[in-house]
Design a protein around this ligand. Structure first.
Ligand code: GCU
Length: 424
């Protein structure tokens, strides 16, 4: 069949993860101007049953995303340990318990995650939780002078001096997290600074990278996984912990992230079925928006690879001038989350994140959800700005305004969680 490739033979390593699959070089991939059909295997076979999706196409897509874009995830480390450093039951005037938890894993010297977990005190049973990365440290999301400051390199921002967190940053991201409002609605919130896993700069010598090997590599050194994959893998380690915490309902773990952290939230959900629902907010290129964008104001693959060369693997840059050769587009990443719910939220002035292209991506993932009997995207056209939340299994919402996270956004996230997590 013209334009198809031989079936993907996965060489499966001892840990059961695909290793160095014999995939064609970028220049030999077929050119496809439109989004590839998520239900069409590389060898041209059409997926027609849920079993075929789960056993054949889903693993194929996971291998493709790792090989051509995000890099390979190392296997789960298996030695995750958690130490509760502090638990304060008087948070928000006694409405919640705030815990600071150190999560360690992997080789002795690998970085550790400092998790902030806030759990409602009054609740009918274990709480659902919204988990996500923060940009500027746990101390920035609550007003609490005791929360530890991250010690690692940090991008510039409010209260950041010489790329280090300071006390001035305390509470500065409070509105972007709305933790008290989440507690009032019965949700726990879990978050850590993305730099705990990998500082957000083009440097493979810091963070988790020097501690893990690339498939086939025999000497220690930088793995070919980019920073977004490393962050997602860090979220998986938080899930390792959350499923052991009796305050948390392991069946109701939602994953949120804004922008680069939203790209990460979607990737994390795609590769970890313990994540019940994904909330990638204004995540854009390399996450929720199409690489084959038709929006002249949207970020492109070439631009993102130039500005943030560390976010993806070494291969993704080869698509800069030929995104039509990508054997997937970002609707396939959504499809990897199926049958679990996904909500894309946007702002109309944030065309950089391509809100229209994101809506089309949800529609393009819909056939996979339908095949699995999980519902899909119920809206035929994009909803109006500031209008009703489309709360089908594939959900969408767009508000007025800019690239930011507001209390209004959190209301929508939790409305979607209320509806979709109830089914579990
Ligand atoms: C830049 C980048 C986006 C990213 C955003 C963010 O604008 O181009 O891809 O989503 O930063 O993370 O805030």
């Amino acid at each position: 069949m013209k334009g198809t490739l031989p079936a993907l033979l996965l060489a499966v390593g001892c840990a059961g993860v695909p290793q160095a699959a014999p995939l064609p070089p970028v220049e030999e991939l077929p050119v496809r101007a439109e989004r590839p059909d998520p239900l069409l295997m590389l060898d041209g076979r059409k997926v027609s049953t849920p079993e075929q999706w789960m056993k054949e196409r889903r693993p194929e897509l996971k291998a493709l995303f790792q090989h051509y874009m995000y890099g390979y995830f190392p296997p789960p480390p298996g030695n995750v340990k958690a130490v509760i450093e502090r638990a304060d039951a008087a948070c928000f005037g006694g409405k919640a318990t705030l815990k600071e938890v150190t999560i360690s894993f992997g080789p002795e010297a690998a970085p550790k995650i400092s998790l902030l977990l806030v759990v409602p005190n009054k609740r009918p049973g274990p709480a659902p939780v919204v988990m996500g990365l923060n940009f500027q440290g746990n101390h920035s999301v609550v007003d609490d002078p005791k929360v530890a400051l991250p010690k690692v390199w940090m991008r510039a921002g409010a209260g950041v001096k010489d790329n280090r967190a300071t006390d001035e940053g305390r509470g500065k991201q409070r509105d972007a997290w709305s933790i008290e409002a989440s507690v009032d609605r019965g949700y726990a919130v879990a978050t850590f600074h993305n730099g705990d896993i990998d500082p957000d700069r083009h440097d493979w010598t810091d963070g988790i990278h020097p501690h893990y090997f690339k498939p086939g590599q025999t000497q220690p050194g930088p793995h070919d996984w980019g920073t977004i994959a490393a962050w997602a893998w860090g979220l998986h380690r938080v899930v390792d912990y959350l499923v052991t915490d009796n305050d948390i309902d392991p069946a109701r773990i939602a994953c949120f992230g804004h922008s680069r952290n939203g790209k990460t939230a979607l990737l994390a959900a795609a590769f970890d079925e313990r994540i019940a629902l994904a909330l990638p907010h204004q995540a854009g290129c390399g996450g929720t928006a199409p690489s084959r964008t038709k929006n002249p104001k949207a970020e492109t693959v070439k631009v993102i690879n130039k500005a943030f060369p560390h976010w993806f693997n070494d291969t993704f840059v080869k698509f800069d001038e030929q995104v039509e050769r990508l054997p997937f587009d970002q609707h396939c990443l959504v499809a990897l989350v199926a049958p679990r719910p996904v909500l894309f939220t946007n702002a109309v002035e944030d065309q950089w994140a391509d809100p229209g292209g994101q809506f089309e991506n949800l529609k393009a993932a819909d056939p996979v959800y339908r095949l699995l009997g999980a519902g899909g995207m119920d809206a035929a056209a994009m909803p109006e700005v500031g209008g009703k939340l489309v709360d089908s299994t594939l959900g969408y919402w767009i508000r007025a305004g800019k690239h930011s996270t507001t209390p209004e956004d959190w209301k929508v996230f939790l409305d979607f969680c209320d509806k979709q997590l109830k089914k579990r």
